[in-house]
Design a protein around this ligand. Structure first.
Ligand SMILES: Cc1cc2nc3c(=O)[nH]c(=O)nc-3n(C[C@H](O)[C@H](O)[C@H](O)COP(=O)(O)OP(=O)(O)OC[C@H]3O[C@@H](n4cnc5c(N)ncnc54)[C@H](O)[C@@H]3O)c2cc1C
Length: 457
């Protein structure tokens, strides 16, 4: 049986590599003129690449770590030594420099907030959040409504949207309480997701996360076809026809490995019994900014480069300088509603505002020698990031069908993984899962054909 894979992100390429290794004839159709999807590298100085998309990983990301070993990729630790900067805008706190990463806000209030989130996430069924005891209730309300009801202290109210922006690139009004709780649980819990040392942001991939897909694609060679946006998938009794802007391919099965709203943009015949996204499914919203300096000058002042800010555009910053110290790279995250506002600005305005804010945060910085803003909000073939955000009603409606094949059409992508949903790890796990699903189908088909022949004989 031949298989067409739609999308050359981590999920699609992992699935294709697994299938090819099992001797299946596979073709990957990718809309963009590059592989990688939401992993994307940009060269900010000769030989220095930074992650414009996904970057960080931790020890629990076992499928990713195994893939890196196969592809001969190494990690580099995320640098986090020195004091942090906080510009939380409240009159009591002002701008502050602090050791560690805990913000200058009420420890009791933030502790209560994290405990409340822990309680929510702990009560969920991680493998099937729609079957959790309170799923129906949690799926009717937004995270913003939950915060208004549960977070009494002004410091918790101030910090909550910043936390959600950083963790999920989400505006609290866009996600259901069920989705927020599920996402935090799926990623290993509030504290694991939020941590650098010993947590989900401990390391980066040496040379950039885009190397994962580049190396997977190199192994697949001509089986990967770029610039082929899939428009239609039509099934009949004998197989599937996959239609792109320029070609039409026949296959025995198809893997659709694209984000849910993009999966819904494809014309299926017969039509899908249940769509891949709902009316309230929102794109995550982030613009990732890289400011490049001759050196990581903040380190000379005892600062780590980490900052958290109540006002944008940069709601947080982190030191993403290369290990060899060739240049200093400060990465800024513009998330939630701030990302939409920032995306509307001209390139010049974006640069001016980001540079000015970095200079306020880290006094003594020289003028940057490079500036890059990667706008995921307006990427046609991502439609937001880090991952789709399920709004009220989505999980109860879509959850039970997340991985159910539509006849010969199978589903992959980080948004189909209940483990590490939204992360590279989830994408890779979904690729392995779908390849195993199809292999089982092929084996069953072969056995059935043999049995039929035996009966006939
Ligand atoms: C700014 C940012 C920061 C992130 N940070 C992290 C992080 O630190 N750690 C982490 O683990 N994860 C992070 N993520 C999330 C991570 O990038 C994703 O979870 C993962 O890469 C998703 O892989 P995927 O294969 O499921 O989807 P994608 O990477 O979106 O791949 C889908 C592919 O399908 C293609 N496509 C879409 N429509 C069509 C069509 N009709 N026909 C053909 N091709 C199509 C797309 O071009 C794309 O290449 C981040 C993402 C972003 C953008």
């Amino acid at each position: 049986m031949s298989v067409v894979v739609v999308g050359a992100g981590l999920a699609g390429l992992t699935a294709a590599a697994d299938l090819a290794a099992r001797g299946v004839e596979v073709t990957v159709l990718e809309a963009r003129d590059r592989v990688g999807g939401r992993t994307h590298g940009i060269e900010v100085a000769p030989g220095t690449w930074v992650d414009a998309g996904a970057a960080y990983l931790g020890g629990r990301h076992t499928a990713l770590t195994a893939l890196m070993a196969e592809l001969d990729l190494k990690t580099t630790p995320t640098t986090m030594t020195g004091d942090s900067r906080f510009a939380l805008g409240s009159t009591q706190t002002g701008d502050q420099t602090r050791p560690g990463r805990f913000p200058p806000l009420s420890a009791v209030a933030l502790g209560e907030m994290f405990d409340a989130l822990d309680e929510l996430t702990g009560a969920l069924r991680a493998d099937a959040p729609w079957l959790s005891a309170d799923a129906a209730l949690l799926d009717t309300r937004t995270a913003a409504e939950w915060a208004a009801e549960h977070l009494r202290h002004p410091d918790a109210r101030l910090f909550f949207p910043l936390f959600l922006g950083e963790m999920m690139a989400a505006d609290p009004a866009d996600v259901s309480v069920l989705h927020m709780a599920f996402y935090l649980r799926s990623g290993g819990g509030v504290r694991y997701l939020n941590a650098f040392a010993g947590g989900a942001q401990e390391d980066r991939i040496d040379g950039g996360a885009h190397l994962l897909c580049q190396r997977l694609a190199a192994g697949l060679g001509e089986r990967v076809r770029l610039g082929e946006p899939v428009r239609a998938i039509h099934q009949d009794d004998d197989g599937v026809t996959v239609v792109t802007a320029t070609a039409s391919l026949r296959a025995g099965a198809v893997v659709v490995a694209v984000p849910p709203t993009l999966a819904d943009a494809i014309d299926y015949r017969p039509g899908l019994p249940v769509p891949r996204s709902g009316e309230r499914t929102a794109p995550g919203c982030a613009v990732k900014v890289h400011l490049v300096y001759p050196t990581p000058a903040w380190r000379e002042h005892g600062l780590s480069g980490w900052s958290v800010n109540a006002r944008g555009p940069l709601l947080s910053t982190v030191d993403d300088s290369p290990a060899d110290g060739a240049v200093g790279v400060l990465t800024g995250f513009v998330t939630g509603g701030e990302a939409h506002r920032f995306a509307e600005l001209s390139a010049e305005e974006q640069r001016e505002r980001a540079v000015a804010q970095a200079a306020r945060l880290f006094p003594g910085l020289p003028q940057p020698i490079g500036f890059h803003a990667t706008d995921w909000v307006n990427e046609d073939y991502s439609r937001g990031c880090y991952a789709a955000l399920f709004g009220p009603g989505d999980w109860l409606r879509l959850g039970p069908h997340l991985v159910t094949p539509h006849r010969r059409v199978h589903w992959a992508g980080t948004e189909t993984s209940t483990e590490f949903f939204g992360l590279m790890e989830g994408a890779i796990r979904s690729g392995h899962r779908v390849a195993a699903e199809i292999t089982t189908e092929i084996t069953t088909e072969i056995i059935t054909t043999h049995e039929r022949r035996d009966i006939h004989v």
